[in-house]
Ligand binder design. Structure first.
Ligand code: NAD
Length: 354
């Protein structure tokens, strides 16, 4: 293929990568001149926040372990009071996309520097994107203020992440790269990152399924998650994300699980329109049928197999098709009602993608 014309924007940020990298945290924050950090996390990850606080000693001003899914503004306001009371000069988040969402929401309001220590594969640490919720409405924004200044990837902190969550959060990450391969804003640099991100995650997951505490598989998965996060930051998304957004927003389906179920079907829908992306996927997934390979990867990780299993009623398929057709959205293959109905029915029933 020809290289063509494109725009590529690289984002600033320092990454410290490797099993045991958390030992460099004190040194890293001292180098940034930070001395009063607020450590934020989700309730279930409070022990990780305590560990961070113990490592940095006097440089921890306070811990806030109340981060919640979808970054509710009410929670952000509570944490903001702690920032003010302690005159915090930095934000450290540890955990998944929910912990990071709170840190980003605080950075948006205070412009404080952020250190992100991700322990899932969602990839939010690489993006200037923030989704917040207020009164059940979700808004998404892009602002350089919400991009973390420093990211520490330490695979040792991910050994307790259950196989199921590892799988769904990895498929969420892979979805960013799959859509980046055929995005309207795609470019050769992003495609390179996307291919390597998918290859790394897909090759790491079976090792994690076999042994949750396999450090080298965990490292490979984190490397893939990093690259997939860069793809979300750098390219617009298409049908797959549109469907997941509609299913999450209209029927409250869970974020990562919905991505895991829908991705093979959305890819099968787009396949005829994106031959080059399919050729790349055949290579990086080492499979003749990339959509089927992604579905099998999910099953290996014990991911849910169907939208029915996630609680969607069969009659909700039609509503989803209506809502998807109603708001125009760029996609490599035009949205055709009949084909879309078939795709959603397959995702609902959990059949092979076609
Ligand atoms: P999450 O943060 O809610 O974590 C998922 C689960 O993993 C939780 O149950 C959590 O307790 C558990 N967990 C996290 N770390 C663990 C560890 N070390 N050991 C054991 N369990 C652990 O969700 P997520 O899947 O990481 O992220 C999804 C959220 O992030 C969504 O709200 C999504 O919208 C957002 N997101 C945002 C961006 C962005 O660029 N803004 C990108 C991706 C995802």
């Amino acid at each position: 293929p020809m290289i063509g014309s494109f725009v590529y924007e690289s984002l600033p940020g320092r990454v410290v990568f490797g099993a045991g990298a958390i030992r460099q945290l004190s040194e890293e924050i001292a180098a940034l001149g930070l001395s009063r950090a607020l450590v934020v996390t989700t309730p279930a990850q409070e022990d990780l926040a305590q560990m961070v606080a113990a490592r940095i000693g006097g440089a921890c001003a306070a811990i806030f372990a109340g981060a919640a899914m979808h970054t509710p503004v009410g929670v952000t306001e509570q944490a903001l009071q702690l920032v003010n009371t302690h005159q915090a000069d930095a934000l450290i988040s540890i955990g998944g996309g929910s912990a990071l969402g709170l840190s980003k929401a605080l950075a948006l309001r205070t412009d404080l520097p952020q250190v992100a220590i991700p322990t899932t594969y969602a990839g939010s640490e690489m993006t200037p994107i923030l989704g917040e919720t207020q009164d059940q409405a979700k808004t998404t924004l892009r602002d350089p203020k919400v991009l973390p200044e420093l990211v520490i990837y330490d695979a040792e902190l991910t050994l307790e992440l259950p196989v199921g969550i590892s799988g769904t959060s990895a498929l969420n990450a892979i979805a960013h790269s799959v859509e980046a391969l055929y995005a309207r804003e795609s470019n050769p640099v992003i495609r390179l990152l996307a291919a390597e991100g998918i290859r790394s995650l897909a090759s790491a997951l079976p090792g994690i399924a076999a042994d949750q505490r396999d450090v080298s598989a965990r490292e490979m998965a984190q490397y893939g998650a990093w690259l997939c996060g860069m793809c979300l930051a750098g390219a617009g998304m298409a049908l797959h994300h549109k469907l997941c957004h509609t299913l999450g927003g209209s029927f409250g389906l869970p974020h990562a699980e919905t991505h895991a179920v829908v991705l093979p079907h959305a890819l099968a829908y787009n396949a005829p329109a994106v031959p080059e992306a399919m050729a790349t996927l055949r290579v990086v997934l080492d499979a003749d049928d990339p959509a089927l390979a992604l579905q099998r990867l999910g099953r290996t990780m014990g991911a849910p197999a169907s939208l029915r299993e996630l609680g969607l009623a069969e009659s909700d398929i039609e509503t989803t098709v209506e809502r998807t057709m109603a708001s125009p959205y760029w996609n490599p293959r035009p949205l055709e009602r009949g084909a879309l109905q078939e795709t959603l029915w397959r995702a609902w029933a959990g059949t092979a993608p076609a």
